[in-house]
Design a protein around this ligand. Sequence first.
Ligand SMILES: C[S@@+](CC[C@H](N)C(=O)[O-])C[C@H]1O[C@@H](n2cnc3c(N)ncnc32)[C@H](O)[C@@H]1O
Ligand code: SF4
Ligand code: SF4
Length: 301
Amino acid sequence: MKPIDYVYIETTNYCNLQCSFCNRDEVIGPLQHMTLFNFESLLEKIKDHPVKEAKLMGMGEPFLHPKFDEICKLFKQYFPDAKLISATNCQYTITPVFERALEYIDYLYFSIDGYEDSYETYRPPSKWSKLIKFLNRFKEVDRKGCTVAVNYVVNSGNVDDIQPVYDHIVKAYKLDELRLNIAQEWNPDKSMPSGYTEEQLEYLKNNWSSMIKGRAVWDYKNCFWPERGLYVTVEGRVLMCCMNTAAEEFGNIFSSSVDTIRKGKKFRLVAEGCKQNNPTDHCKTCSYKELAPLLSRLGLL
Ligand SMILES: C[S@@+](CC[C@H](N)C(=O)[O-])C[C@H]1O[C@@H](n2cnc3c(N)ncnc32)[C@H](O)[C@@H]1O
Ligand code: SF4
Ligand code: SF4
């Protein structure tokens, strides 16, 4: 067991959308925002770990947390050198909280997975007009050094919209990058959605492979989560990773130490299974594994 260098913390489970590819509805409990008190007690518990990267997101819309700016600031007070990443669905009006948070966020994803109608189709009840309003307002915002990327979840129905999003959103609004994520299945009881035609796969490979994220060569023994990652839900439940958010928790960080949780029998069994490349039930349907052959087909290494 190595020290933790990657954390994924859900500071709210409130959301204003019901995206078709997101399993939020199936895994969240009562709606809540993490209090600053609880967030700080969590940071206290991990402060001696060499955290290099943190994702403040999860099964909710981070910017619906009324004090998300203070959450980000607090994180940076504890880990000034860590890269802070968040994601947003852009379906709201930009507030001073949003603008202040940019001072602390190093990398922000704008989640946009389609153009006009298809955007609205996969992210109900979003409105394309709301997105454009957000982006137009964002033009005037001081980015304070924050890198902004469009994070596009690809499925067989939105492949043709990558180009217009690249031209009319990424380039037109001077965003820094387009990241393509092949849609994963975060519900362990289901298989990854596929349904791509050969033509679509060739098109993705020939035009977009450099922007597709993920690893084509991946096996359980390569999984970093049990060894050095930490996933915490808004209630403080510690999960193994962001790939199996339906799993039962391994402990609660507000009532136990990180060490106690990571040394727990259940946690060690999952970790050992990955290490030996002999996955336990927790990992058998992991999307990283399911995705690898497809990413290889798309020309990734
Ligand atoms: C779970 S969301 C939370 C943040 C925010 N609510 C949002 O949508 O940006 C974090 C990121 O995961 C992406 N995502 C959601 N479901 C996914 C899936 N099944 N496969 C791959 N990425 C997914 C979202 O598009 C978003 O960029
Ligand atoms: S992907 Fe983000 S915006 Fe969509 S339902 Fe999930 S948490 Fe909400
Ligand atoms: S499900 Fe298992 S193998 Fe997949 S990311 Fe999680 S811990 Fe790793």
